[in-house]
Design a protein around this ligand. Structure first.
Ligand SMILES: Cc1cn([C@H]2C[C@H](O)[C@@H](COP(=O)(O)OP(=O)(O)OP(=O)(O)O)O2)c(=O)[nH]c1=O
Length: 184
């Protein structure tokens, strides 16, 4: 029985590797679709479940991990920016404010799906418009929820966090390891 990470995210792969696990990566191909009006927790859970279940169908004997990370400001969900203007819009909204990063995780094992959502609070410094534009021009925000990466240049935007740092990067690794141990 193998462990499979149903993800194309280089951050998730790196975190699992750093935690010392052996696993294979098989990205889910399905589009990430969520119905309008879905609550943030439910959205993160549903997307993680969709990814894990899609890959688990092809690998029924293996343990499959799916995850999805969203940023939530005042109850509003921010995924990845559509384009640079969208990234500027998101970062302008996040400037000087506190938001939540939610990562949904789903582990499919022996035909059962085990899911949870982990939440981390992140506070941004106030950001001057020129700073936001310069950061967006680096290209870093484009494949990241909320248009920033706390583990790269985006670290300069962050005044503080409350909760698991790795959850912001895309995988709440300690809680995931605990779940995997329970399933052994
Ligand atoms: C907020 C934040 C998000 N992110 C990333 C983590 C996720 O990769 C990405 C959110 O997109 P996701 O849809 O969660 O993941 P993904 O499309 O990159 O990979 P896959 O669906 O194949 O698993 O944003 C950071 O790297 N740093 C951050 O600080």
């Amino acid at each position: 029985m193998a462990l499979i990470l149903a993800s194309a995210s280089p951050r998730r792969r790196e975190l699992l590797e750093r935690a010392g696990l052996s696993f294979a990566c098989i990205p889910a191909r399905g589009e990430e679709i969520i119905q309008k009006g879905t609550r943030p927790e439910q959205a993160a859970l549903t997307l993680a479940q969709q990814k894990a279940l899609e890959v688990a169908k092809a690998r029924p004997l293996d343990t499959v991990i799916g995850a999805d990370t969203i940023v939530v400001l005042d109850g509003m969900i921010m995924g990845k920016p559509r384009d640079e203007a969208d990234a500027v819009r998101m970062l302008t909204l996040l400037s000087g404010r506190e938001h939540l990063v939610l990562t949904g995780v789903c582990v499919v094992n022996k035909g059962h799906a085990h899911s949870f959502v982990q939440q981390t609070k992140v506070k941004f410094y106030p950001l001057a418009p020129a700073k936001i534009r310069a950061y967006v021009r680096t290209g870093e925000p484009m494949d990241k929820a909320g248009a920033y990466g706390i583990q790269e240049k985006g670290m300069a935007l962050v005044e503080g966090i409350e909760g698991d740092f790795f959850n912001v990067m895309g995988l709440p690794i300690a809680r995931l390891l605990r779940l995997l141990e329970e399933l052994e």
